[in-house]
Design a protein around this ligand. Structure first.
Ligand code: ATP
Length: 729
């Protein structure tokens, strides 16, 4: 190799790898399978703390558990609760939340194997639009977003006895909202549990593990329908109606890298349990000098590991910032793989990032073919919770993509250094089945400079969707909501105003009927409003298509060495009205050729992303159908109608051409620049609207379309009616 990344003391590996087994389509003996995994379970560091964990959770409403990566928290603690009678068949369940879908599904699969049940039996998972659970399910893995949606339908989360919040350190927007809501629900459940206890005659037997404060259910009865507890007394609460038999809600917060004290304080000084011990050691190496180009270094490091260690010494997991990075390194690796010396084992790059369709994401879990080594290229989607069988080497670029929001400037998406907590989680992905290695593409001195934790998403994101969710869940005054980290008042007020302008809130700040409808959508409220407007405009089909198309970062490939060819190919889809209709043209053409691979290559179409668009569209269609919307209403060739529907949601994202040739945004009076990738780049149209403002080196409007200024005034007469009338004089 001409160049290489230098790590001090790196040495070849000796031990062979233990790969996961496949069932080969044969009938599965679940019991035998669980029996085989029992020894592995008992060898995990967490096993020795089993009793202490159960006792702590029995004795306290909330417990914070910190244990090293790989110690067994995620897979074992839910099982310990299941084994210790924290659920009642057919009545109460344990929920375990994960920030990401891929973690929820893969962990559920593993835990079902360990419990000895088919997936969807005693152990299942539920993620958005996919429910693999049944009436028998007692352990349900889900995303935190999913549990939030459940609260809309069931404000007391009646079916759950315990909620386990895993990987709470990530502090995603949804985790933070869930924390506040669960705290509230826990308080309410404690209150109705007291009502139930007061209704039980003194002679009733107390539950075995609860110092007389728990389950008064009859195991054979159906509490939900009979509504009568052991005492035979119906318990009715003013706010929640029939709450007979409803007991306390237990909360368990877990992570390997958690500011446990802060969580404990938030949950009224909840006890903290530290579980010591990692299962296998991971040797960590730093580069001797800072790396100028982390993509180049990541490619070289992967290649170096491949060439210098035997291929049966484990697969490689490389952490990069985003999809674009992954696709670049994938291209470099494919080229290198084609030029490996004779006799060298093959190299198979496997990407995984959020926008990748689920079926493709799960491919990273498949064992590599014989004489082949997998190099998994991942964003931080693979940073927590996941055990990818076969991984022994982790390459950490030290960066991730961070979304930011400023009401004046809009959104930003910047590549930034990770936190120490992220670095430790990344390291933790090696050493789960045997000793592992982590190669950090930064110096030890740079590591020392990293922040301890990342800034919680709630402090840096647009909050309209959050506020809508809170309102829909019955939180009247969001400014007083018990946030663990309070977002700025300015950001909250901005969100309230936006929802008011979208007619989701009324003059008193109460949720409107439309707001309730919008909250059903797992989308930013602006998109939900577009879909709403498209119903009366008769163009649901086109509106849903375009909303789905906007869910991916890029629809085209623009390789650095083929920029002109790529631009010329894109011309075939171009609409003079701008990007929204250009994207629609692309989707229609893609569907006509059934997503043909060669066609996509010739037209520089990002096939992977368009397939994701089709996935999203299918999900939205299903949701709309459930809400009674005809998803096939089409405006045919009168596409101006669709753009007008977009203005119903995006009237805030408009800009007018100024005499000096610049564009000035209508709501913030900022100078905005049309993004060079837009089909309107370099054109001068009097009025535009855009999907988002992104700050990179300057303020760029992305996904831009030309509109009539009058339409903007018609979409938001209260805001822009006068201003536009004056400007047109
Ligand atoms: N799908 C799997 N295939 C093989 N082994 C697995 C799998 N899932 C878990 N394991 C084994 O169980 C161990 C514990 O995993 P678990 O996810 O419970 O740990 P954890 O403490 O929650 O880690 P983290 O903090 O990284 O999420 C792993 O280190 C691995 O040895």
């Amino acid at each position: 190799m001409a160049k290489s990344v230098t790590f001090p003391d790196s040495e070849p590996l000796k031990e062979p790898l233990v790969h996961g087994k496949k069932n080969g389509g044969k009938r599965i003996d679940y019991k035998a399978q669980a029996q085989r995994l029992r020894a592995q379970r008992q060898a995990l560091p967490i096993y020795s703390a089993r009793q202490a964990i159960i006792q702590k959770i029995t004795d306290n409403p909330t417990v914070i558990i910190v244990g090293e990566t790989g110690s067994g928290k995620t897979t074992q603690i839910p099982q310990y609760l299941l084994e210790s009678g924290f659920t009642v068949k057919g009545q109460t369940t344990i929920a375990v939340t994960q920030p990401r879908r891929v973690a929820a599904t893969s962990i559920a699969k593993r835990v079902a194997e360990e419990v000895g049940t088919p997936l969807g039996g005693r152990v299942g998972y539920t993620i958005r639009f996919e429910d693999c659970s049944s009436a028998y399910t007692q352990l349900r893995f889900c995303t935190d977003g999913l549990l939030l949606r459940e609260i809309l339908a069931d404000p007391l989360l009646r079916r759950y006895s315990v909620v386990v919040l895993d990987e709470a350190h990530e502090r995603t927007l949804r985790t933070d909202i869930l924390l506040g809501m669960l705290k509230d629900i826990q308080r309410e459940r404690a209150r109705v549990a007291r009502l139930n206890r007061d209704a039980v005659p003194e002679t009733a037997e107390p539950d075995h593990r609860s110092r007389g404060t728990h389950m008064k259910f009859d195991n054979s009865g159906d509490q939900g329908t009979s509504g009568v507890g052991d005492s035979g007394t119906r318990v009715v609460d003013e706010t929640h109606g029939d709450v007979t038999g409803l007991d306390d809600l237990r909360i368990v917060v877990m992570s390997a890298t958690l500011d446990a004290e802060r969580f404990s304080e938030y949950f009224d000084n909840a006890p903290i349990l530290y579980v010591a011990g990692r299962q296998f050691p991971v040797s960590t190496y730093y580069t001797t000098t800072p790396q100028a180009d982390y993509l180049d270094s990541a490619h070289l490091a992967a290649l170096q590991i491949h060439m210098e260690t035997p291929s049966d010494s484990g697969d490689i997991l490389v952490f990069l910032a985003g999809q674009e990075d992954i696709e670049n390194v994938e291209r470099l690796l494919v080229e290198s793989a084609a030029n490996l010396p004779n006799g060298a084992p093959a190299l198979l790059p496997c990407p995984i990032f959020a926008a990748l369709p689920q079926a493709q994401q799960s491919k990273v879990f498949d064992p590599a073919p014989e004489f082949t080594r997998k190099v998994i290229l991942a964003t931080n989607i693979a940073e927590t919770s996941l055990t990818i069988p076969g991984i022994r080497h982790v390459v950490d670029s030290g960066v991730h993509k961070v979304r930011g929001f400023d009401p004046r400037v809009g959104e930003s998406l910047l590549v930034e250094p990770i936190s120490k907590s992220s670095a430790r989680q990344r390291t933790g992905r090696a050493g789960r089945e045997a000793a592992g290695f982590c190669y950090r593409l930064y110096t030890e001195a740079d590591y020392a400079q990293l922040a301890e934790d990342s800034v919680p998403e709630i402090k840096r994101c647009q909050l309209s969707m959050v506020v809508l969710q809170l309102k829909a869940s019955g939180v009247r005054d969001v400014l007083k909501f018990d946030f663990m980290d309070r977002p700025s008042k300015k950001a909250l007020k901005h969100a309230l105003l936006e929802l008011y302008a979208l007619d989701a809130l009324d003059d008193l700040g109460e949720l409107t009927k439309l707001g309730k409808w919008m909250a059903e959508f797992p989308l930013e409220p602006t998109y939900a409003k577009v879909i709403y407007a498209s119903v009366s405009a008769g163009c649901t089909r086109e509106a849903i298509d375009i909303v789905s198309l906007l869910s991916v970062d890029s629809l085209f490939y623009v390789p650095a060495d083929k920029r002109d060819e790529s631009n010329a190919a894109q011309m075939a889809f171009r609409s003079s009205e701008g990007d929204h209709l250009t994207y629609l043209n692309l989707l229609r053409a893609f569907n006509k050729v059934n997503g043909d691979k060669i066609w996509c290559q010739e037209h520089f179409v990002n096939r992977r992303n368009v397939k994701h668009v089709l996935d999203v569209r299918q999900q939205l269609n299903r949701l709309c159908t459930r809400l009674g919307i005809d998803t096939e209403l089409s405006c045919g060739t009168d596409l101006a109608n669709v753009l007008r529907c977009f203005l119903a949601g995006f009237f805030h994202n408009c800009a007018l051409l100024q005499p000096d040739g610049t564009y000035r945004s209508l709501n913030g009076s900022q100078i905005v620049h049309i993004h060079p990738a837009s089909s309107l780049f370099g054109k001068k149209t009097p009025a535009i609207f855009f999907d988002q403002l992104v700050f990179t080196n300057k303020l760029h409007a992305r996904a831009v379309s030309a509109v009539d200024a009058v339409w903007i005034a018609q979409a938001a007469p209260k805001l822009y009616g006068r201003m536009l009338a004056t400007s047109q004089k």
